[in-house]
Design a protein around this ligand. Structure first.
Ligand SMILES: [Zn+2]
Length: 403
């Protein structure tokens, strides 16, 4: 069966439209910066007005974008350091902008984390169309996990118009070619699991999968704090420590990225010993290590949740560990900054709320490992929730579908 946009509905492709790399760059830029004028777009992309007009005409014909009056929509976010060279428009001629027809497509985002799965549906600009549904996994056996995810996806997707065209899965695991999970220790998966194929068969919607750190990086690039930044890094703290780098709008990719390469970088000579025998490596920024260190401070065995509770309450013992943790995080930020030279470092992860409790100690940690003449390091602590990460998984799917 053919739909009016020419796509087959029984085997929907994982892309919105056919086109050259230039066409995809234009669609991506309109997604990120829109609504945006043709003049600004041609300046950002280095395309002539004529070339750009031909491309935008194709995208309008394909139903991907539309031309709108500037007065009806607020301006989008333009790249940092962008200086418009637009001439004053002729009197009486309305200014127009290009925008993505976000309402024409919907996407499902799935975050698989710890023992839970969170599912959300968004439009093509990653705006929420449903609330986030979270369930505890009833089993970690691959068939059971896929069946449970499919059940939630089918329920959630049935309530949305238009029907979702793509499912994006983000998982704290090693993935391959956007379709398979090859190693997921938290689910005890040692062998390859064909997640995309299995989920696609179970819910009838094409599926892409990626390591959740990468999905968040892409989401920030397209829809969040990384829009228009030439280079930024992402640090996550939680059950593990994660690091990813974005360069000119794309992840700096490597097959080994999802093995947590930064997890054992030295951050404190006097820090606790990790399971691998290092003293003061970045593992001291994880929940297990913090629970252990807090237990030592209190002289009794407690869990991470006890520390989190006391940290929010501001008890003196918790404050001691918050100060240390923030200083150590600052050290890690300085290390990332000194090697990768990003414009900004984004901080996320389950326990990133700790970073908000003492940003001054973070800055002290950074200063200890930066020459005094060097510019201050810019960092942003992102709001963390599994809803946000489910949206990130959807955002990654959108990037695949458009970019
Ligand atoms: Zn270590």
């Amino acid at each position: 069966m053919q739909r009016k946009d020419g796509m087959r509905s029984d085997n929907a492709p994982k892309r919105w439209f056919m086109g050259s790399d230039f066409t995809r760059h234009v669609a991506q830029a309109i997604t990120q910066y829109g609504p945006i004028s043709r003049t600004a777009l041609s300046q950002i992309l280095g395309l002539s007005q004529g070339a750009l007009s031909r491309i935008t005409s194709d995208l309008i014909y394909a139903g991907v974008i539309e031309e709108i009056n500037d007065s009806t929509h607020g301006p989008g976010r333009l790249p940092r350091d962008f200086t418009p060279k637009e001439r004053a428009e002729r009197r009486g001629r309305p200014r127009t902008s290009m925008r993505l027809r976000a309402e024409e497509r919907s996407f499902v985002g799935v975050s698989v984390h710890d023992t839970d799965v969170s599912v959300i549906v968004v439009d093509a600009l990653c705006h929420e169309l449903t609330s986030c549904h979270t369930e505890s996994l009833v089993s970690t056996e691959p068939q059971a996990v896929i069946a449970q995810i499919a059940g939630i996806v089918n329920r959630v997707a049935a309530s949305v118009t238009p029907s979702p065209v793509l499912v994006g899965v983000g998982i704290g695991a090693h993935t391959r070619e956007g379709v398979d999970v090859t190693y997921a220790p938290f689910l005890h998966w040692d062998d390859t699991v064909h997640v995309s194929a299995m989920l696609e068969e179970a819910c009838g919607i094409p599926t892409v999968i990626a390591n959740d750190l990468n999905t968040l990086l892409v989401y920030e690039n397209w829809f969040g704090a990384g829009i228009g930044l030439p280079r930024f890094a992402l640090l996550t703290i939680g059950v593990g420590v994660g690091y990813a780098l974005s360069e000119h709008g794309h992840p700096v990719d490597d097959p080994d990225n999802s093995y947590g390469l930064i997890g054992h970088v030295l951050v404190d000579n006097h820090g606790p010993r990790c399971f691998a025998g290092h003293e003061g490596c970045a593992q001291c920024l994880t929940t297990a290590s913090l629970a252990q260190e807090y237990s030592t401070i209190l002289g009794q065995a407690v869990g991470f949740d006890d520390f989190a509770h006391d940290a929010r309450a501001g008890t003196p013992q918790a404050q001691t560990l918050i100060n240390r943790t923030c200083f150590r995080l600052g050290t890690l930020i300085a290390t990332a900054q000194n090697f990768a030279l990003p414009h900004t470092i984004l901080i996320s992860g389950e326990i990133s709320f700790l970073a908000r409790l003492n940003t001054e100690s973070i800055r002290s940690g950074i200063r200890s490992f930066r020459p005094s003449q060097a510019a201050p390091v810019k960092f942003t602590i992102l709001d963390f929730s599994w809803t946000y990460w489910a949206k990130a998984a959807a955002g990654h799917a959108i990037a695949q579908y458009i970019g």
